[in-house]
Design a protein around this ligand. Structure first.
Ligand code: GDP
Ligand code: IMO
Ligand code: MG
Length: 420
């Protein structure tokens, strides 16, 4: 039995959905533990693409219990749409009674806050994630479990709506929300989702005690973590190993494996520093070939070279037991490939620990090690054969970070995967 956590080691969109779906084959439980429908996890099964925002990536396997944990923020309308879009058999679903609800005013507020920031906007997904977590921290949020009780819905709305409407007025965002309309909405959500709402921590722990394999599916990535990301260009939750334990209601000591998922290069959606960003034809080639457009918003992703300085921080915070290196196929047939090993300031001094200073990150120059490229003709996935140049590239990453590589991904499909 094992409890395996899947963590995005970069700025999100590393391929966590593919890895989770792949490992879900041998798991009983898949639990999401933070974030909300800012996430977009893509799974490709038999050539068909499934985009999941809230449903855990084990949902396509009928024997898997899928849990939306207490650390997640849930937009019930998005969840219902996703459930209704599923075809064929699906796994069981449970939603934590402690997960917070994204209300219509949260989404409106996300838009208002972003517009007010002008040029310094974060580039959020606009889904009300930050405002919902803000209400949670301010202790005026509404939890999924509250939806089960009329008095509780009313009590919570009476606290939350006036404050959120005052904020909306501050941003000049018009709305016609009333306690009555929101009360009716909450009751309709209860009707549709009430059967799934439970104390999911008890259930996940029961499976762990039974010796079942459990997967904790991280969303987002370590470098948009509220604590350790490039603040304020971050999300509002903690996409780390610690966040995964707390957000699914298990003790951190129960986690046996932590898989850090990283692309063989690097992407970012939204604003914020990006030392290895490629604003040239190489970056465009990676974006086109890698289809680097947001799963949630469709925005073009910014592309750049792999950055080991970032990954060192991710490993330090999350303690990866192995790495999954994704999208190596996108770098095939390039003349050369670069990896950032340090940053250099204007006086020439180098750092190899990711700094917190945004002004340093904006000004620093990446120090690269350059590798010869490999030919796609040297790859034979069923036989587990990779070209020696790719092996050298992978060995360098593994040795530099002192983390073994457990998964190499060479395409979006389940069978385009080599397990080490
Ligand atoms: P997530 O948010 O971490 O789950 O990642 P996304 O789904 O947002 O983005 C990853 C994209 O890359 C998806 O479209 C996946 O289908 C795709 N993908 C995952 N692994 C590979 C791979 O090894 N090669 C290629 N070409 N595509 C991949
Ligand atoms: P997955 O799980 C990539 C980014 C947004 C924005 C910042 C804050 O698919 O990897 P938010 O809406 O969370 O307040 O936006 O965080 N962001 C993501 N970027 N992948 C994600 O999720 C993301 N979730 C949030 O683009 O820069
Ligand atoms: Mg994504």
């Amino acid at each position: 039995m094992s409890v395996t956590t899947i963590i995005g080691a970069q700025w999100g969109d590393e391929g966590k959905g593919k890895v989770t779906d792949y490992l879900a084959d041998s798991s009983k439980v898949v639990a999401r533990s933070q974030g909300g429908n800012n996430a977009g996890h893509t799974i490709v099964v038999d050539g068909k693409k499934h985009k999941l925002h809230l449903l855990p990536s084990g949902i396509l396997r009928k024997n898997v219990v899928n849990v939306i944990g207490n650390g997640v923020v849930v937009n019930p309308d998005v969840l219902l749409k996703e459930l209704n879009n599923l075809e064929g058999e699906r796994g069981q679903l449970l939603i934590s009674d402690r997960a917070h609800v994204i209300m219509p005013y949260h989404k409106l507020l996300d838009g208002g806050e972003e517009s007010s920031k002008g040029k310094s906007m974060i580039g959020t997904t606009g889904n009300g994630i930050g405002p919902c977590y803000s209400d949670k921290a301010s202790r005026i949020g509404i939890r999924m479990g509250d939806l089960l009780d009329d008095d509780m819905i009313m009590e919570r709305l009476e606290k939350a709506l006036p404050r959120n409407q005052a904020l909306l007025a501050h941003y000049g965002t018009k709305n016609d929300l009333t306690i009555d309309s929101l009360f009716a909405l909450c009751k309709s959500w209860r009707k549709e989702l009430g059967e799934y709402i439970t104390d999911s921590s008890l259930l996940v722990n029961k499976h762990i005690d039974n010796g079942d394999n459990v997967l904790l599916e991280g969303a987002q990535g370590v470098h948009i973590d509220i604590e350790y990301g490039t603040y304020p260009f971050v999300t509002s939750s903690s996409p780390t190993t610690a966040g995964a334990a707390l957000g699914s209601g298990i003790a951190p000591s129960k986690i046996s494996n932590v898989v850090g998922v990283t692309k063989a290069y690097l992407t970012r959606v939204g604003s914020g520093p990006f030392p290895t960003e490629l604003e040239d034809e190489v970056g465009e080639m990676i974006r086109d070939k890698g289809q680097e457009f947001g799963t949630t918003t469709g925005r073009p992703r910014r592309c750049g070279w792999l950055d080991l300085v970032m990954l060192e921080l991710s490993h330090r915070i999350c303690g990866f037991s192995s790495l999954a290196i994704m999208k190596l196929d996108i770098l095939s047939d390039m003349d050369e490939i670069k990896v950032c090993v340090a940053y250099k300031d204007d006086k020439g001094s180098e750092v190899n620990h990711f700094p917190s200073s945004l002004s340093y990150l904006a000004k620093c120059e990446p120090v690269y090690k350059t590798f010869p490229g490999w030919s796609s003709s040297g790859i034979d996935i069923p036989k587990g054969i990779i070209p020696k140049e790719m092996k050298n590239f992978l060995d360098f990453i593994s040795e530099s970070l002192s983390i073994p590589i457990s998964i190499v991904s060479l395409g979006p499909g389940r069978d385009e995967t080599i397990i080490f």
